[in-house]
Design a protein around this ligand. Structure first.
Ligand SMILES: *Cc1c(COP(=O)(O)O)cnc(C)c1O
Length: 373
């Protein structure tokens, strides 16, 4: 927590708005929209709920195909199945680890030629780094396919100087406990189009028609954020810049300590933007480094340090067996070689040094120490 959260929660208590609506929710939505430069937003119970509503807003339904980043957390793809649609996974660009815009353009071209254009595209800003929006939006615009931006991991990151989240017709954020700021659990749906957000807000509140009694013409959901948690979110928003600085400082420490080790490569930062370095991720080439990703992970675990493999691509997940994938070698390779290092905003210099020393100790040596480039 930052410092203001407890006071804001007390304010919520004192106002007696203990409900999934109230002044804290309204204020959180307005302040959040301000930070990311998108005019309309709806505070929700999770990022997954925001994805579900985003797909509903675009009219995605049973049998539709939705193109989706292959390398992501499963929630991105799960939401597609909630509306009965079918995900088609698109591989990563090795230079950004995000969806490969050229592959996406190719797939849109072939699919359209076959008369089977996707109903929507969900593009993830992976591990806090923006996707390459210009070519993605150009390709999707050419075929008239709407885009959802899954910026759940990337709050505070920019693309060509603009904050992420507002590049698609709808954008999605998460405030789950592991994200860069948190409300313990929560999400936000944003859009430049007021109509989309108003309708999403209504569906998220059990789709009540304007009538004195309870009248429903549509299926609704209970997806709104609690007024108490919105108070936490407002406090967290005030420390977002600090959190990004802290995460980027983690990355810089790791890069100084490990960046020149043979066979070890950090997730590249694309020149078009500034990431929030939500997680510091790297890829380990076992032949050059002298140990596999798993060797490194297990060595850290033996010293009570949690590190995790990079997301297992969706096309390799048992639950999505049989789904189509465009490419898949890059994301597959990143899963095999990729490791996310401890990346919390509260890591001390000594914590980072413990990780650095352990990883250095596993690297191939030339008799004097680890081999450096
Ligand atoms: C965390 C995450 C989500 C889901 O958000 P929740 O708030 O946990 O439901 C969706 N997409 C990505 C890329 C995420 O990292």
């Amino acid at each position: 927590m930052g410092g203001d959260e407890a006071d804001l929660v007390r304010e919520a208590f004192e106002s007696n708005w203990i409900a999934p609506l109230g002044p804290q929710v309204d204020a959180f939505e307005a302040e959040f929209a301000d930070v990311i430069g998108v005019p309309h937003s709806a505070a929700l119970s999770s990022g997954t709920a925001a994805l579900h509503l985003a797909l509903l807003m675009l009219g995605v339904g049973p049998g539709d195909e939705v193109l989706c980043s292959d390398l992501t957390f499963a929630a991105t793809a799960f939401a597609i199945t909630y509306v009965g649609a079918v995900p088609v996974f698109v591989d990563s660009d090795p230079n950004t680890w995000n969806m490969d815009p050229a592959l996406l353009a190719e797939e849109l071209e072939t699919a359209t030629r076959r008369g089977r254009a996707p109903k929507a595209v969900i593009v993830v800003d992976l591990y806090g780094q923006s996707a390459d929006w210009d070519p993605i939006l150009e390709a999707c615009g050419r075929y008239g396919v709407p885009v959802i931006e899954d910026a759940a991991e990337a709050l505070g990151a920019t693309y060509k100087g603009r904050p992420v989240g507002g590049f698609g017709r709808l954008g999605v954020f998460s405030f789950n406990g592991n994200k860069i700021i948190t409300t313990s659990g929560g999400g936000m749906l944003v859009s430049h189009e007021l109509g989309l957000v108003e309708r999403a807000r209504s569906l998220a509140t059990q789709a009540r028609d304007p009538a004195p009694h309870y009248e429903h013409s549509e299926i609704g959901y209970n997806y709104r954020m609690s007024n108490l948690l919105a108070a936490v979110g407002r406090g967290q928003l005030r420390v977002l810049v600090e959190r990004v600085t802290a995460r980027r400082r983690n990355f810089e420490a790791y890069r100084e300590g490990l960046g020149n080790l043979l066979g070890l490569k950090f997730m590249p930062e694309a020149g078009y933007g500034r990431g929030n370095r939500w997680l510091t991720c790297l890829a380990i080439d076992p032949d050059r480094f002298g140990a596999t990703r798993e060797d490194v992970r297990l060595a850290l675990e033996a010293d009570d340090i949690e590190a995790r493999p990079v997301w297992k691509p969706m096309h390799m997940q048992p639950v999505f067996a049989g789904c189509r994938v465009v490419g898949g070698k890059v994301s597959g390779g990143l899963f095999e070689k990729g490791l996310c290092l401890p990346s919390g905003s509260n890591l001390a210099r000594e914590d980072l040094e413990r990780v650095i020393n352990l990883v250095q100790g596993i690297a191939k040596t030339d008799g004097k120490g680890p081999i450096r480039l």
